[in-house]
Design a protein around this ligand. Structure first.
Ligand code: AHR
Length: 387
């Protein structure tokens, strides 16, 4: 990757709000490989070292300082353009985070990134793992209220049933920020929601399939996310919208795989059995990559070639799906950034600084990746980020 490319990427990641690129941190260097390898917030870069920098007493230090300065400038400019403000101060605040659990690689990354963002910003993060149960989330939120935290982050496992507990938080004047999933509740019960446009994610996946099969008949099996969760509802809707005008593409079977690899595999095995050993299936659409990875294993076990005999399209862009894409065993994924906490902390900081009300919905980017998008490189860029 060229230096310019690295700087351009840093700028991009800031403008999309996908990553909070507030500082550059050199993690390691490898002069033998003639590359400078570093993370810029949570993105890994590898930049070729110019020969003149790689000599004893040469301009090595200048090279490092130069690159970090350029990244900081790129990030600062992009930040100014996108939000009109630098990262907001939340240091010293106590913030509760009710996380759903650890059902997927993406969820693990979101937890790591949230902890990392909290540490970098001097936030005392109180973490509660709900192990996939809404009742545990409600208990945790009540606990945070009783402790008198400054704010609460919640990734809501399902969309309904939040009004009472969020009204209690409102009553206690504790701002709540929703992360990565939406809820069916009055909007005044939370300060903002940081999430992707999940209908769009489904549409992007569906449009990719419509284009890929180019008019050929295609029976799709769908692995849905957790029943009643906003991504399961919205990703289904978006996909159906995308294929609505393509009479050749039909959803033949659809069932929940609960966003987990093991359930994805189990449900795919049942789909294969009831579809002539898989001969009647053209594609699998999984609401997340973990279920797709489980489905890929089931397809292989059935003696078929995933990615060829059965197309695989999913959502998240976790490292394992890039390995599968690089091997030709998966075809496409739609990226969901694990950095929901960065924009959440920024919104809270601005709110506390001068009462600035954030946008009600802070929407992250939904980018499509296929085999044409350097899957091995994308794997390398993500593999150390907590997935
Ligand atoms: O809400 C986001 C979804 O939840 C991710 O796509 C999935 O992997 C996770 O479990």
């Amino acid at each position: 990757m060229s230096t310019q490319r690295a700087i351009r990427q840093a700028g991009e990641c800031r403008t999309t709000k996908a990553f909070g690129c507030s500082e550059g941190v050199a993690t390691r260097s490898n002069r033998a490989e003639r590359n400078f390898i570093f993370t810029y917030n949570i993105t890994l870069y590898s930049v070729p070292i110019p020969p003149e920098a790689n000599t004893p007493g040469g301009i090595w230090e200048d090279f490092i300082v130069n690159i970090i300065t350029k990244l900081a400038l790129a990030a600062g400019l992009a930040t100014a353009l996108s939000s009109g403000a630098l990262a907001q101060d939340v240091s010293g605040k106590v913030i509760g985070f009710s996380q759903i659990g650890s059902e997927s690689g993406w969820r693990a990354a979101e937890t790591s990134v949230t902890r990392q963002q909290a540490e970098e910003r001097g936030v005392d993060l109180k973490f509660a793992d709900a192990q996939q149960k809404q009742e545990n989330q409600i208990k945790a939120i009540r606990g945070f209220i009783a402790q008198g935290v400054d704010a609460i982050l919640v990734a809501p496992v399902v969309a309904t049933g939040w009004e009472d507990v969020l009204s209690e938080a409102k009553e206690a004047e504790i701002p709540v920020v929703l992360l990565d999933r939406g809820i069916d509740a009055p909007e005044d019960l939370y300060l903002t929601s940081v999430a992707s446009d999940q209908v769009l994610e489904g549409r992007v996946a569906g449009q990719w399939l419509v284009d890929e099969v180019a008019g050929e008949d295609c029976n799709v099996v769908e692995l849905q996310g957790t029943v009643g969760s906003s991504p399961a509802i919205n990703r289904k809707q978006g996909f159906e919208e995308a294929i609505a005008d393509a009479s050749n593409v039909t959803i033949a079977q659809s069932q929940t795989g609960d966003f987990t690899r093991s359930k994805g595999k189990e449900v795919m095995e049942a789909f294969l059995k009831s579809s002539n050993g898989g001969a009647d299936i053209c594609a699998v659409y999984a609401h997340n990559d973990d279920m797709a990875v489980g489905a890929i294993q089931a397809i292989k076990d059935a003696g078929l070639a995933p990615g060829e005999d059965i197309l695989v399209v999913s959502i998240d862009a976790v490292p394992d799906i890039f390995t599968a894409i690089a091997a030709g065993e998966a075809n496409a994924t739609v990226e969901l950034t694990p950095n929901m906490a960065g924009p959440a902390f920024d919104a809270l900081g601005a709110y506390w600084a001068d009462g600035t009300m954030p946008e009600k919905f802070i929407i992250t980017e939904s980018k499509l990746y296929t085999a044409a998008d350097d899957p091995q490189g994308e794997y390398e860029r993500r593999k150390d980020l907590g997935y």
